[in-house]
Design a protein around this ligand. Sequence first.
Ligand code: PLP
Length: 389
Amino acid sequence: MEPEPNSRVAQHVRSLPRSGIRDFFAIVAQMPDAISLGVGEPDFVTPWHIREATIFALEKGRTSYTDNRGLRELRREISAHVETHFGVDYDPEDQVLVTVGVSEAVDLALRALLNPRDKVLYHQPCYVSYHPGAVLAHGVPIAVPTRAEDGFALDPAALEAAWEPGCKVLMLNFPTNPTGGTASPEVLGRIAKFACEKDLVVLSDEIYSELTYAGEHVSITTFPGMKERTIFLHGFSKAYAMTGYRIGYACGPADLVEAMMEVHQYSMMCASILSQDAAVEALRHGADSMARMKEQYHRRRDYVVRRFNQAGLKCHSPGGAFYAFPDIRSTGLDDQEFAHRLLREQKVALVPGTAFGADGAGFVRASFATAYDKLVDAAGRIETFVNSL
Ligand code: PLP
């Protein structure tokens, strides 16, 4: 007898909402002349010296497993980098874990920390994997709403209001995907105080930190009482244009890093040695190439924000990351309709805001990690579309 469709799939996996953007981008993939501002990855290829380090690693026959924690050489580089740029010192022996991207680090942290039904607070709109990540670790995700009127900044008062007994973890992401929002030291200080009061473990996803355009990025780990309760998550995908390498890391208190290591060693074992060698090169010599890419993003940001506003779509200037998040409510369309019609009528792909949670309703995400001439073309088409409504 044929099993019922899906009956063999675990309930918590079945409960995950189907991603609307998968269908949407399946359509985009069939349209070769569409301009996609949809994907969250740099349009640059990885800088040549980093690719060369990968080639050299292969030439030298470096094709083995590594220590589960990652190469010692890389952990030392990470520790030095985090101390220099974020002002927190982690022991490379037992407070640093090399992972398969920040994606794996988020999954490991949630699986290592959560007992069934433990609650996870996160601010919304947010990166698409936080909610499912908590569900897959048998936790209960609790979204803290952020408001368009505040530029989607996380209001500590909203965090306090969303808290309930059983909350164990707080996930933060500054600069934020999809809004480009950053948090001021004052706000971070209030969140830190709250995390201490409620004894929360903070997962701080700082993957976009180098791509901060206004002022200095400040990590919540630097606030009193936070190093002991924060797992700092970072990686190479965005700032060094290394998405395909799948390499990231977690730094935190030794007991929590050890627990993540347990899960990692039985699931992933280790990150690819080739990617680890490339990551060493990125940390040692990648600063200049990163700065050059950042300069391009900065220029593109100013351009797309100006063009969205000129087209009548209110758009704040994102403080970080490479996403603009314009308000499309003035068009009378909802974000799904807007994105679908724009794709059909003008062949430009943007991501509907609700893909990042209900609080993204009425907004769309446009990635400006896209070549400048394509942005110019896309901006023209968007303006034509808006004028036609
Ligand atoms: N965290 C955020 C906020 C992201 O936007 C992304 C990718 O878009 C990731 C994590 C995943 O990063 P990685 O490529 O290191 O797995």
